[in-house]
Every structure is written in C-alpha cells, then in structure tokens.
Design a protein around this ligand. Sequence first.
Ligand code: ZN
Length: 532
Amino acid sequence: MSGETALLTFGIGPVHSFIAQARRVADVWAGSHLLSHLIRQAMRTAREQGGEMVFPFLGPEEHIPAGVPNRFVCRVPAERATEIAKDMEEAVRTTWDGIVKTAVWNVLRYHGLFPSPELWSEEPQPGRLRQTDALLDFAWSWVPESEGYARASIEGARRFAASRWFRPFEPAEALWEKCAICGERTALPNGIRDHVQAAWVAAEAKAKDTTLARYFRIDQGRLCLVCAAKRLYTDTEKQKGNFLALDRFQPSDEEPYLALVKMDGDRMGGILSLPRTAVQDDNLEAFHKTVSRALLDFAAEIRKDGSVDLDVETLGYVPRGQGPQLIYAGGDDVLFVCDPRDALPLVKILRERYVKAFDKARELLLKEEDRERFTISAGILFAHSSHPAGLLLRDLEEILEVGAKARAGRDAVALSLAKRSGAPEEAAFQWSDGKAPEGGWIAALDQIVEQLRKGEISSRQTFTLRLEERTLQKVFEDDLERWRLWLADRLSRNEAAEGQAGDLAAAIAPFFLHDHAAALRIARFLGREAER
Ligand SMILES: [Zn+2]
C-alpha cells in the first residue's frame, strides 16, 4: 500500500443479545452464524477498498473463514480511513436489510405475518425507525501508522475500547404484545394481542407438513421481525440442514439432557497489548500475525466446511452420544453443544490443542512468564434441554467468567449441573493444579464416569454424602489416607463390586480431600442418569 496507512478497528454489536436472544439451541447458532456473515461483509468491503486484513491476519487472496470475531483490524490508506469505515457500515446494514426483506417477502407474507406499517416498511421513512433498524451497533476507530505498527496497534486498541457504539435510539413499544424470544420488540404482524395469536396459529397450520414447519412452532412462535428474520435466514440461505441438525438437541424424552460448552482464551487482550520490547526483534507485527495464525488454525481444525458438526475425526475422538455440534469457533472462542457424556473428554482434547497451537507464538516471546499466558478456560453446563437456550447461554457465560476465570483463577474448567429441581451442583478445577491426581482432575473425573457407566460402581450413597462430607472435612482435614480408608470401608459394605472398594476409594478420595465432592455428584449424573 503506498502513502500513509492507518490501522482501522471495526466492530459490530451487541454480540450478547444478538446471540442469546434465543429459544432453541438452533437459534443461538442462527444468531451467531448471521453475525459472522455480517462481519464478513465488512471485511470484504475493506478488501475491495484496498484494505488488508491485519487481525485476524489473512493474505490478500485468502478465504475469509466461516467463524470470525465480531471485531477486526485492517490496514487502509489513512486519507480514506473514515470513508472506508462508513462504507463497511453501509455494507453491513444493506446485507441485514436484504435478509429482512427476503424473510418478509418470501416467507412471512405467505403466512399472514406481513409486518404492519408501524413496525416496518420496505424503505426507511424519515423520522421513523423500523423495528429492524435498531438491531445493530457499530463501533470503529483508526490510528495512522506514521510512527510504525507497534505504536498504532497499541493506541488503536486503546482508542477502540474508548470509542462509542453508534446505536440508533430504540423506540419504546410498551403497549404491544411482545416477541416470545427477545421479549423486547413487538410481535408480528402488528402487536395487537388477538391478531398476533390468531396470525401465528394460522401460520403454524399453514406451515404444517411443509419444510418450514420447524420455524413456526407455536409454543415458540409469536416473533418480532428481527427474531423471525434471524431464524428464517438459515432457511433462505440454504442452511436448513444445519438448523435442523442443531435442533436435534431440543427436548425429547429419549435425550432430556444436553451439555453446552464454552471455551475462551485467557488474557488474549493482554497478550495482544504486550509492548514490542517483550517480543523477539521488537517485531510486534510478526508476533501478532503468528498469534492470529494460531487462532485461525485452532478454529479451522475443529470446524467442518458447510457443516455444524464438530470435527471429531480430526480431534481423534469417538463420541459416546450423538455427534457434537459446533455453534461457533472463531478468535479464541468456542461454543458447542453435545451429549453430556462427551463434554469432559472434548474439553480436555480442545484445551491440549489450544495450548499446542501457540507453540510458535510462544517462541517469539522473550520472558518465561509471558509464554505461560496462552491458556484457555472452559465452562460446561449440563442442563435439561427444555430450558430456553438463551437462558442456558447466560448461565454458561457466568460459569465461565465467575467459576473458571474469577474464582478458579483462569486456565481452569468449571462445571455446573442444573437439574429440573434443586440447587445446581458446581465444581471447578485448574488444569495445572499440582494437587490433582495423575493425569489431571478432568481425566480422573471422566474415569469415574466410565466406571459408573460400566456398572463397576453402584453409586448409591457415597456420591451424595453432603452431611458427612462437611463433618469429615474437619476431622480428616488434609489426610488422604484417612479419607481413602474410610471410603474403602464404606464402599465395601454395599456399593462397590467385590474386591474393588480399595481402588475405587483411591480414585474418589482426592475429590473429598480437596473439597471437590460436588464433582462426584456430577459424575454420578453423567455415569447414570445421562446414560440410557
Ligand atoms: Zn424478538
């Protein structure tokens, strides 16, 4: 690029409500897929205008991957930076507008759900915001590279963090019947309660026995135009197979439980804002490229093109339940849904892959303590599939942020089992915990799950000894041997198979000793109740 260049950071939000306003797991995927699609339009526009992708780093001809983070950095001619950013914003708006129009004209109109003029019109009306206009926030900022990449990169991150998100004012729609998914916007076609109900019942009847039936189920119906367009986008974009694949994780008598798993790189922001003096040859740009390449490779490895299957073959894993489905993989984030019994082993494999992906990047760092920053934390939520997916996602984010990151101190995995009644069971483990049994906590826990599954343990009381657990913790304190003997005695009476009480006691004693007994109750659930 000739002439002065600038680093332009561009982002679309609000990520959280965009994805978490969802009733079904498939809606979470649809929202996430759509957000990636919109971000890709902005990236394409930047390239068409002569920009280069800096983070994620992509070569000029390189294909933009399916999962992309909701913000990115590109290099553009400084004199046109503002103009290019505005064009990117416009490209995203136009794409979203097109998706809405397709949903309205190709589907909703035929099902008696054409939006009333108060909610939406084909073209924007002066002084009136359409329901779909207020969905997207944009933020962007740029910094000239006149003093080099390193300075512009660090100043760019600072400036972007301080930049305001441009969001149109959303009109209050207080009086009207609300959408069943977002609960915020007025339901189609016009928000008048009787009309809304009648229209959705009629639409469901009309869609029955057609390929659109899944999109119109009335128990989940009564949608606003935004939520309807998001869901229908997967149909109009020929992604229906993927929507239906994810929809397999919805309530059924045979498979009432699912596991939702989110993994997120620890300290990625801190890693990317290291000063150039922390890296080899002061070459911050080379370091950022290497980190970006590692992230792209990590995500590409677990994703299958055009499919929502998590690529278990590449991971060398054979699922115990139905195939895990990838909701999102991009940047340092992974979100997937799977059979409860597959969550622990998958998280262990993915964490190993993640750490290994940064082998090259680690070599570029001068200080040992910086090299240890490339860790990833995970949250796993075991829940009944009848819970609204958006609420599950919110709980999962809390498990990850509070359980694994804040409480367990990152480089950790936090588990939560939410049954239909009673308080959730929660446990968290650090991957590098020196007190863990050989092979680590997660492997040890999974081993116990397997033993339960094969019936080698009868799992009656020992796994639910809340009261004894607390009393004995004071008595036995940190004496592993006393725990082991006590548990062996207890198990030998009626729970373990003949002659196995000793081995089993040795396996579970560390969980009692280190106050992780709740994990055993989760193991019991995984080995017994999740097993059919
Ligand atoms: Zn809605």
